[in-house]
Ligand binder design. Structure first.
Ligand SMILES: [Zn+2]
Length: 303
């Protein structure tokens, strides 16, 4: 199954955006290899992660660990049971239902990809009251509108960081101009420390992009940190926070944010959701020694 799946993903053009890859078993019935949503309970909030896409990449050392040599990359990967010739990326928007609002954090690669997994999780696009954009890379803003330019979440208010919006606003970036600019009148802009809603607070995590922010959720004294792209691989970034990542626009600032916030997650022991962590995207951060951290996948703690 695994080989079949990988071959399919490498050859297929449609699959990066496919919600639920299915494959025929020997007896002819279809098998779904991965669920596309997972619900968690955080106090009075319902938190749902959505697998809005996945993508297979080759040569991950060209993305992670740019400042370490091939032998080091291979040694760390082997010690963690990871191949060095391929990696799978996950794209995971998160819905937080507070009871009063339904807040979507990031919008995936495409409108169709995200709305189909939203529907499977029991939400329509019309139900989304707020869309929060953590940063403006294409895999986070792609679902704001469809191919024709129509707004996906017609009833939503939009929220993002002022620093992030300002940086992309002057960057002449095609993704920003296509997806964000047409909605800019509907956006409100916040700073680190500001609340999106009661119990949902923006946290400075600059570096991956100029104004990248995470969001701390708190309900009935339970906390969870939506870390977005603070760390984009559970070994190559969580365990080795100083390894440079191609997609981090300011590599030193990104590493400093990674260290600061993973130290906090490890000390305070709250769960994190990472946009590119292995689906369903939730885990805990523990210290590893040697100045790094260890990603412990969520199991049943927040059912
Ligand atoms: Zn991303």
């Amino acid at each position: 199954m695994k080989l079949t799946r990988r071959q399919t993903m490498l050859s297929g053009a449609a699959l990066p955006f496919a919600a639920a890859p299915t494959f025929a078993l020997a007896d002819g019935h279809a098998a779904t290899t991965m669920p596309t949503h997972r619900d968690f309970t955080l106090g009075g909030f319902r938190v749902t992660t959505l697998l809005a896409g996945n993508r297979n990449v080759e040569n991950p050392h060209q993305i992670f660990g740019l400042n370490v040599d091939d032998a080091t990359f291979a040694e760390v990967s082997a010690a963690n049971f990871l191949p060095t010739d391929a990696a799978e990326f996950f794209f995971t928007p998160t819905v937080v239902s507070t009871g009063a609002e339904v807040i979507l954090f990031d919008t995936g690669l495409s409108s169709a990809g995200t709305t189909s997994v939203l529907a499977a999780a029991g939400y329509s696009a019309e139900q989304i009251t707020h869309v929060v954009i953590t940063h403006m890379h294409g895999d986070h803003i792609g679902g704001l509108s469809d191919e024709a330019g129509s707004e996906t979440f017609a009833n939503a208010a939009y929220i993002t960081g002022q620093v992030e919006f300002d940086a992309w606003s002057s960057a002449e970036d095609e993704g920003f101009e296509t997806k964000v600019r047409p909605l800019s009148e509907k956006f409100s802009f916040i700073q680190p420390g500001d609340d999106v809603r009661s119990g949902i607070t923006a946290v400075e995590a600059f570096g991956h992009t100029p104004g990248h922010m995470g969001y701390m959720l708190e309900s009935n004294s339970q906390q969870l940190f939506l870390m977005a792209d603070l760390a984009n691989h559970y070994v190559w970034s969580v365990a080795y926070p100083d390894w440079e990542v191609r997609f981090d626009m300011d590599k030193a600032a990104a590493a400093a944010s990674r260290r600061r916030l993973m130290e906090m997650a490890a000390a305070d022991r709250f769960p994190v959701i990472g946009y590119h962590m292995p689906f369903p995207g939730m885990g805990y951060i523990a210290t590893r020694g040697d100045g790094g951290y260890r990603y412990v996948p969520h199991s049943y703690q927040l059912l």
